[in-house]
Design a protein. Structure first.
Length: 134
């Protein structure tokens, strides 16, 4: 596990694209991924990138974990959890109050300490303003 750098971009793109093709992640352009690298982390195994996640910091109050992806053959080994921990630790180091995630893997993030509500029963609600399929 280490911070991502610009030379990781091709491999990170390849890892993320595998999840985009199966509709488990939203598509990211090369420019979007490049913007995430300074606050991103990669997991390395046998010299190859097998996982990626980034923290997108919106303000001192809020950040989001983006593009968490761990290669299928490496899942179940704690890599995803470690990537999430790295992102949360970065948020703490940058003094960000809240970290959110938009996911279809609720159970995984709950097991990492995330919850559906914030103190005081605050919840995030969303509305989609355009169709992302086209």
């Amino acid at each position: 596990m280490r911070p991502a750098n610009s030379s990781d971009l091709p491999e990170v793109s390849s890892v993320v694209d595998q999840f985009v093709r199966t509709d488990r992640l939203l598509p990211r352009t090369i420019d979007e991924l490049e913007d995430l690298l300074p606050t991103g982390f990669v997991a390395i195994s046998d010299g190859a990138i097998v996982g990626f996640a980034a923290l997108e910091i919106y303000s001192p109050k809020l950040a989001e974990i983006r593009s968490l992806a761990v290669m299928e053959h490496m899942q179940g080994r704690g890599i995803g959890r470690k990537l999430v921990e790295e992102c949360v630790q970065l948020a703490e180091a940058r003094d960000v109050c809240e970290v959110m995630v938009v996911t279809s893997s609720d159970d995984f993030f709950v097991s990492c300490g995330f919850d559906f509500t914030l103190p005081g029963e605050k919840k995030a609600l969303f509305i989609q303003t355009r169709d992302t399929d086209g």
